[in-house]
Design a protein around this ligand. Structure first.
Ligand code: FES
Length: 118
């Protein structure tokens, strides 16, 4: 992984309505990008429980609910919220420039649940 930022232009902001997500594949990774109203957030699209498509989950504030069994993930940290088991997904830096959503897939970060407890 390089420390240099490499932003991938993904889509125009209006293509993802507020409080919704969309899936996109970049560099072989399937990601879920969410419009949180005042900003966008990106996580890996596959739920760590049984692979549910997180892009299809209901978004409330900064939490997405997996459409298959209801695990909830914080879109800021990637950590599961009150799941029956510790779990997390990778988050990716995301920004908007000139109405385009950009994602840096080379700088994904993952907080393992044990780290969050410390
Ligand atoms: S696959 Fe996401 S909660 Fe089961």
């Amino acid at each position: 992984m390089t420390s240099e930022r490499y932003w991938t232009r993904v889509t125009r902001t209006e293509n993802i309505p507020p409080q919704e997500g969309r899936s996109v594949t970049i560099g072989g990774m399937e990601l879920a990008i969410f419009n949180l109203g005042d900003r966008f957030a990106t996580i890996e699209n596959q739920c760590p429980h049984k692979g549910g498509p997180l892009c299809d989950g209901i978004v409330s504030s900064t939490v997405v609910v997996c459409p298959l069994h209801g695990w909830r993930f914080d879109l800021n940290t990637g950590l599961a919220v009150r799941a029956s088991l510790p779990a997390c997904v990778t988050t990716f830096p995301t920004r908007v420039e000139d109405g385009i959503v950009l994602v840096d897939v080379g700088h994904g970060s993952r907080i393992e649940p044990e780290e969050a407890v410390a």
